[in-house]
Design a protein around this ligand. Sequence first.
Ligand code: RB5
Length: 148
Amino acid sequence: MSKPIALAADHGGYELKNAVKQHLDELGLAYVDFGTNSPASVDYPDMALPACKAVVNGECDKALLFCGTVVGISMAANKVPGIRACCCSDAFSAEFTRRHNDANALCMGGRVVGPGLAIQLVDLFLNTEFEGGRHVNRIAKLTALEQR
Ligand code: RB5
């Protein structure tokens, strides 16, 4: 993967983001960290937007996003045109959202999944290719929904 990965979290997800950062460091994978980097309360849309913009504008390849429940930051991410964010806490979804949905943002909850599972989900997400085929038209219809 040539482009860096975009990372972002609110205060509910920043510890899990740190665990994933350590894993990316061990793998030698580049990333851009859009914060937050403390337990101080922040608003998840403010953290999601710059990371998602970096993916849409081509600066970053995919986004890994974290909040407490996973719900808020995934909602914010999916408001950004061009982002297909998966709200994820299981391996099957992490794999198939790449194979079938060509997801470009993986969202996880720091109060839902532990670091071991999160790292497994990240590896599946980053290493699984989009299958194309019958799924291409479905992705095109998602894009069309953004333009209504
Ligand atoms: C923050 O307390 C929490 O609401 C946030 O991290 C997230 O869970 C929202 O969906």
